[in-house]
Design a protein around this ligand. Structure first.
Ligand SMILES: [Zn+2]
Length: 408
């Protein structure tokens, strides 16, 4: 793909686009228009997502109001209770949650939320951001339906600077007020096909939504550019395997687009030999990785290909927190490619994820490598990756998809 087009796409999509929002739909239509420009027809496929509009969200700690954003889909409620800072999930620490509003580190994952409910917490406070950054941004978080399972307690997210100040002061009590309207909305996958010589497919995925503060250049318009570039290449160089390019919506909300796709197209997935997912490529610094949710030989194959083509790639076997996972869970071998830059170089899910962290030449090189890999797979007499997920990887999928709790 021409450099000018790569740069134009980043410039044209330099805005926040949360899953289910009007801006996300605007991006879906934009990707459709770029496909058309490249001579491909793309269609939008809608799926239902939970939405909410916050009417009021306040946090008061020892009588002082702290800037916050209420958790979407965490219901309505007003609670006043002693404040407790939960630093670890051991039984003793959890036992102190009872009747408290609990401040905790990190994300509100499924098990964390179950722990809070099981131990009688009445409200929760999370935080994000960096204590040393100049901004006072607060990310918009949500209580995902597969986390709450309908059991809701009110919660807010605050900036890390305020979290530190609250704990430093030894704050005693907190009050959370949360009012919101919850409803159903829609998000979209954008789908484009390249017909090959046979009906069996190689699938490509990349999410195009972003989080509440992020323009999502690196995470993950970069992956979308990679897909567009390969769609352009293979539409001019007909592969043996047919190809489907899926730009996924609402990945940041829990892989909702890829989950919806896999549910709707479960029958067709029997025809898929491999899924290639791109999530964050082409940034200025960082190492290139390939995470194979597939048999071990694929890891070796990618490592050998790196040596053969003179391209650094660290390949390993694991489950990747991205759209490749729902496909692997349906038995389609998957590989995710990324250029991993680390938090100090190109932080994501905040205002710093812009085109400023991207480098067009690096994008081209990363895309060239992924295209070379895809060409070998798609032009093989038979795609060599075993069409089954090994048992050790199935176990990782059970943990990631919350069917099993990770052993401590
Ligand atoms: Zn991402």
């Amino acid at each position: 793909m021409k450099s000018e087009l790569i740069e134009r796409i980043f410039a044209d999509t330099a805005y926040v686009r949360m899953g289910g929002s009007a801006e996300e739909l605007r991006t879906a239509k934009y990707l459709q228009s770029v496909c058309a420009e490249l001579g491909l027809s793309a269609s939008l496929e809608a799926f239902e997502v939970d939405m909410a509009t916050i009417r009021e969200a306040t946090l008061t700690v020892d009588g002082q109001e702290i800037p916050c954003r209420g958790y979407l889909c965490a219901g309505c409620g007003e609670v006043e209770a002693p404040l407790y800072y939960l630093t670890e999930g051991d039984r003793y620490s959890l036992s102190l949650c009872r009747g408290k509003i609990v401040l905790f580190d990190g994300y509100l994952g499924y098990w964390r939320y179950r722990d809070l409910l099981d131990n009688g917490a009445v409200g929760f406070i999370s935080y994000d951001g960096n204590v040393n950054f100049a901004d006072h941004d607060i990310d918009q978080r949500e209580l995902r339906s597969y986390v709450s399972k309908g059991e809701k307690i009110p919660g807010v997210n605050i900036n890390a600077k305020d979290a530190v100040a609250i704990i430093n002061k030894g704050a005693k009590t907190a009050k959370i007020t949360l009012k919101q309207d919850e409803y159903k909305g829609s998000s979209h996958n954008v789908i484009a096909d390249v017909k090959g010589e046979i009906d069996q497919q190689i699938l490509f995925t990349a999410h195009y939504d972003s989080t509440s503060l992020s323009q999502g250049a690196y995470d993950n318009m970069s992956g979308c550019v990679g897909l567009l570039s390969m769609a352009e290449y293979f539409s001019k160089n007909t592969p043996r395997y047919s190809m489907r390019f899926i730009f996924c919506g609402s990945e940041e909300r829990g892989l909702l687009g890829s989950k919806a796709y896999c549910e709707k197209h479960e029958e067709e997935l029997k025809n898929a030999a491999l899924v290639i997912n791109l999530d964050m490529i082409g940034c200025i610094m960082g190492k290139f990785i390939a995470c194979a949710t597939a048999e071990k030989p694929l890891v070796h194959y990618i490592s050998y290909l790196g040596d053969e083509l003179g391209f650094q790639v660290k390949a390993y076997q694991d489950v990747y927190s991205s759209d490749s996972t729902p496909f692997a869970d349906k038995g389609v071998p998957a590989v995710s490619f990324a250029r991993a830059a680390g938090r100090d170089l190109a932080p994501i899910h905040n205002r710093y994820d812009t085109a400023a962290v991207m480098k067009t030449e690096q994008m081209q090189k990363d895309i060239d490598f992924i295209t070379a890999f895809a060409s070998r797979m798609a032009n093989a007499a038979m795609c060599p990756v075993a069409r089954e997920i090994p048992d050790n990887v199935k176990e990782l999928l059970d943990e990631y998809l919350l069917r099993k709790r990770k052993k401590a």
